[in-house]
Each structure stands twice: as structure tokens, then as C-alpha cells.
Design a protein around this ligand. Structure first.
Ligand SMILES: NC(=O)c1ccc[n+]([C@@H]2O[C@H](COP(=O)([O-])OP(=O)(O)OC[C@H]3O[C@@H](n4cnc5c(N)ncnc54)[C@H](OP(=O)(O)O)[C@@H]3O)[C@@H](O)[C@H]2O)c1
Length: 175
């Protein structure tokens, strides 16, 4: 029996060229997509790399969510930054912290964390495909989507918005 009861999901947005970021920011600003992100992750734990945390417009993390920030900076491991931000030394530690406080967590990026944590996702992956080719310096790799296939993620939902396509993929194969 698993000691983890938590549902681990992932949420990401990429464009047609698989770009996800530039200058440590999102390359686009699409209100409907930000609203979806907020609605889906609100009230849950969010797990992210330190660079993504630095890119947030909120100094104390995303409001109304437990922000778990992964860093190699040993001086920060286990420390907090206000009531809703805690630092972890690895993805596994971040998942254990989330499991203590919440029943649902979302991995919210960036590239390194998405690619290294896909195998831990036992719930859904929410993907926004922005209908443009933005200039980006950070891309999600094609291997990420091959790994999604290997792990038998199956598309549950598809909706074609004006500026982006939104899909939900559920993991069928057990971890
Ligand atoms: N489009 C989207 O949905 C989306 C979502 C999120 C982010 N982004 C974009 O993605 C870009 C950032 O992605 P990124 O890959 O450069 O950075 P990132 O994954 O956000 O953060 C990387 C940092 O996380 C820490 N880290 C990573 N792996 C670790 C490990 N195994 N153990 C311990 N710490 C680890 C390290 O922090 P330290 O350096 O502190 O040790 C590393 O420098 C930005 O442009 C951002 O805007 C896009």
C-alpha cells in the first residue's frame, strides 16, 4: 500500500513550437488561460522550480495555494517564506510535503521540473496549446510527449478556445 494518498497533477502551457518561457517569464499573456490556471489550482499545493517561483508576480507565492519550491540551495531546505511558501531539496521531498497538508498537488513548472516529474503524475495533465509561435528561450522537449505516451496518458477532454486549445490527459497506467 502506498504511504502517499495525494493526487499529483501537472499543468503547463506551450505554443506550437513547444516554447514555454522567455527571460524567465511566460511568453504570452492570455487572460482566459490564467483564469483557468487559477481555477484549477486554487486551494491546492503547487510544486515548482526555483526559477518559476522567482518569475511569479507575487513575492509570497501564488495566493490561496501552498507553494513548494524546489532548490539546490541547502540554506533554504525546509525553510519557509511566510505561511504559504516552503522550500524542498527535491521533487520527492516536495511531494511528501504536499502529502502532509493537501490531498491534491499540481506540478506547475518550469521545464526541468516538468520533465523530471512526469513519472510521478498519478492524476491529470492539463495542457494549454497556444496557437502561435512565440519567441522563447525555454521549450518542453518532444521526449516529454513520448514519455506521456509510454506512461499511457489518455486524452479525456478537448476544448478549442479562440487563442488556445485546452486538453486534459489522464494517467491510465498505475505508477
Ligand atoms: N508555460 C508554462 O506553463 C510555464 C510554467 C512554468 C514556468 N514556465 C517558464 O519556464 C521557465 C523556467 O523553467 P526552468 O526549467 O528554466 O526553471 P525551473 O524548472 O522553474 O527552475 C529550475 C531550478 O529549480 C531547481 N531545481 C531543478 N531541478 C532540481 C532538482 N532535481 N533538485 C533540486 N533543485 C532543482 C534549481 O533551483 P536553484 O537554482 O535554486 O538550485 C533550478 O535552477 C521560465 O521561462 C518560466 O516562465 C513556463
Amino acid at each position: 500500500m502506498s504511504i502517499l494518498n495525494i493526487k499529483i497533477n501537472m499543468i503547463l502551457a506551450h505554443d506550437f513550437g513547444l516554447g514555454i518561457g522567455i527571460d524567465n517569464k511566460l511568453p504570452w499573456k492570455i487572460k482566459e488561460d490564467l483564469d483557468l490556471f487559477k481555477h484549477i489550482t486554487n486551494g491546492h499545493a503547487v510544486i515548482m522550480g526555483r526559477k518559476t517561483f522567482d518569475s511569479l508576480p507575487f513575492v509570497r507565492g501564488l495566493p490561496n495555494r501552498l507553494n513548494i519550491v524546489i532548490t539546490r540551495d541547502e540554506s533554504k531546505h525546509g525553510s519557509t517564506d511566510g505561511p504559504d511558501v516552503i522550500y524542498a531539496d527535491s521533487i520527492i521531498t516536495a511531494i511528501f510535503i504536499a502529502n502532509k497538508h493537501h490531498d491534491t498537488a499540481f506540478i506547475i513548472g518550469g521545464k526541468t521540473i516538468y520533465e523530471d516529474s512526469l513519472k510521478f503524475v498519478n492524476g491529470n495533465i492539463y495542457i494549454t496549446t497556444v496557437k502561435t509561435n512565440h519567441e522563447c528561450d525555454t521549450h518542453i522537449s518532444e521526449d516529454f510527449f513520448r514519455e506521456m505516451q509510454d506512461l499511457q496518458f489518455t486524452r479525456l477532454f478537448y476544448y478549442d478556445y479562440d487563442k488556445f486549445i485546452f486538453t486534459i490527459h489522464k494517467r491510465i497506467k498505475d505508477i
